[in-house]
Design a protein around this ligand. Sequence first.
Ligand SMILES: [Zn+2]
Length: 425
Amino acid sequence: MYKAKAERMEDKIKTFSQFGDAGHGGITRYSLSPEAHMARDEFVKRMKAIGAEIETDDLACIYATLPGTDPNAKRIIMQSHCDSVKNGGNYDGIYGVMTAMEVLEVVAENKIEHKHPLTAAIVTNEEGSLYPPAMMVSGIIANDYLPPELAKNFKYDDMMASKAMEEHEGSAKTFGEALAASKYKGDKANRLSPDKYCAMIEAHIEQGPILEDNGNEVGAVQCVLGMFNYSLIFKGFAAHAGTFPMNKRHDALYAASTALCYMHDEIDKLGHPELVYTTGEIYAHPCVHTVIPDEVEFSLDVRHEDPKVLEAVMDILKDMATKTWKGCTMELRENWKRDTVYWNKDLVRFVEESMEEAGLKWQKINSGAGHDAQFFSYMIPTTMIFIRSEKGLSHCEPEHSSVSDCTAGATAAVNAILKADAFFD
Ligand SMILES: [Zn+2]
């Protein structure tokens, strides 16, 4: 049983929180920005200091590797991202990078013998905040292994052409241009692949309140929840707001709002406490205050582990589409969906055993958010470790996890990695 060092974790947290410091407790650190390059430089500096070999791939992912005793063994990798959302926190993504670093630091410091090369990595552009979509680079790297309906969203050429969402100092117009300008753009041959890598663990903050509510420090993640994203589209007709009588209107916004309330009631009646669903986008046409809206569209994002539960929600939506709402028609459009992704059972067990043996307060948990690990899991055995997020907050500046919880996650990681090292050929 090895332990991560709290002082070293704290030093990393403090140091990395400076890169992109927005001045009120959080960071804005877009992928490949000058701030992200400062974080990358720090990563490389610290990894070189413990004797790790540094490689970069053509997508500017950085791999720092400590060689193992068996020259033929494949690598075991821990990775996450160093980019953030706009006005994000000091933990999402970079916590997984700091944990990967800590694992290598513990191994180097204690001269722990290991068969497999051990790699700590930064994967480029997970958030997709400046250059969408999210999980862009893992989507490119794992493209040949992804189900076709996912792979089509992450074609290399399309991703290179991804336009910056906003202009700011030092940013390029497209992701491809940002990449070309990065000193970390390297060789395609260095990309993560099943030929060179045999297992992956990604550590991450939970980004929800479950661990905190249960008084647990860490979670052994079992799966990433299946989800679907649909648009509900209501069509009526437009007319003048001042002249057209109420009883003759087919107001698409009134229809959509009535349907939204009905939909909530019906989904809640299914009685699944772990089912989550969100309407986060709404478009009204023509969106003019003197015109009755003729078309209104809202999104619905639904997540649950069990495909039968997702199907039950789908049935409600399909039934709704057969009805008229305040004189308006309703259509459904599928935007995207993914099945529940279960992590590798052996790796999950190693994580659980490590948490138990280290005397940590832990539980099994699912991930409602997507992570790069989810795409990489189509290539190599993969799992994740979660640590407690204070108040469940994430993607905002108050996002926080204690040094103690950060260290607990790294302790679980180092021991799980050593179990994996002994297990895999
Ligand atoms: Zn993240």
